[in-house]
Design a protein around this ligand. Structure first.
Ligand code: BJW
Length: 236
């Protein structure tokens, strides 16, 4: 990878791998969430319509679990980069946990939603939510019992695609961290970044499905690779 001084605008895509060492399950690794639950049963709007209790329990359990976890060295390194990088920077995370924010990162975009907000389908607002949804609590903003997990399921449109594409158009460096490249549209960002002329770097435990699109791939745990890379970028 060329000297980092030549970059100004950075887009960082993160996936479940960045939170794995905080003790949050990934989806597709051995023993991951999709081995414990069928995607079709818990992560589609059809599943929610068919068996809302099953889906709400799945998300209630994960919402409770993430609140017991702590950001790791990778989240902290990215937060440091965010707070010091003078150019444009956007951390586009597929993760629904809040570990980037708890580490101090501010320029974060949750394209697949967040565990700690709920979506009221009656008033279309998203109040902060830390407790369970299984008892169908009323929306604190409008009173309707129409709250669902504020996450993007298969077949739904990820949040803020215009913001992401605008950042990709400006980016001269695209970095992907801890994502398998199995889910679109996120899996296609590297290709867009390449076509728009950005340098591309993958940091992952194992090569992602779209690995050949990256000019450089570094393999290892995020808690080692990310702080090393951030030090390189900041020139210290
Ligand atoms: C480490 C590590 C360590 C581990 N250190 N690394 C056919 C072709 C193409 C597309 C489609 C198709 N059929 C349907 C589609 C579209 C569909 C899709 O992509 N399906 C695929 C299965 C093919 N996509 C959608 O439906 C999306 N919407 C959509 O496309 O709308 C239309 C549209 C059109 C045009 C433009 C824009 C939109 C919506 C996708 C929603 C995904 N939702 C989920 C659930 C969110 C809520 C929840 O958390 O429950 O999002 S699914 C799940 O996968 C979650 C994740 O964000 C996402 C990605 O997973 P991720 O993060 O990559 O995790 P893993 O487990 O897969 O990988 C972990 C990685 O970490 C691995 O690489 C490890 O190596 C690594 N790792 N330990 C570093 N210590």
């Amino acid at each position: 990878m060329a000297a980092m001084a030549q970059y100004r605008n950075i887009v960082i895509l993160t996936g479940a791998g960045v939170s794995a060492e905080s003790g949050i399950d990934t989806f597709r690794s051995e023993g991951g969430l999709w081995e414990q639950h069928r995607v079709e049963d818990v992560a589609t709007p059809e599943a929610f319509a068919r068996d809302p209790d099953l889906v709400l329990r799945f998300y209630d359990m994960r919402r409770a679990a993430i609140q017991t976890k702590q950001p790791n060295a990778a989240h902290h390194a990215l937060a440091r980069l965010d707070s010091t990088w003078p150019g444009n920077l956007l951390i586009v995370t597929q993760n629904v946990d809040d570990l980037h924010e708890r580490a101090g990162a501010r320029r974060v975009h949750h394209m697949h939603g967040e565990h700690l907000t709920a979506w009221c389908t009656a008033c279309d607002r998203r109040p902060r939510w830390t407790g369970p949804l299984i008892e169908r609590p009323p929306c604190p903003l409008c009173g309707a019992s129409a709250l669902r997990p504020d996450v993007v399921w298969f077949g739904e449109m990820p949040y803020g695609m215009d913001r992401i594409h605008a950042a990709l158009r400006e980016a001269d460096l695209f970095v992907s961290i801890g994502t398998s490249g199995a889910v679109y549209p996120a899996a296609g960002f590297v290709r867009s970044a390449r076509e728009l002329g950005a340098a591309t770097l993958e940091l992952n435990l194992e090569r992602s499905r779209g690995s050949s699109w990256f000019v450089e791939t570094r393999l290892g745990p995020a808690t080692e690779l990310v702080p090393e890379w951030v030090e390189e970028v900041l020139g210290c």
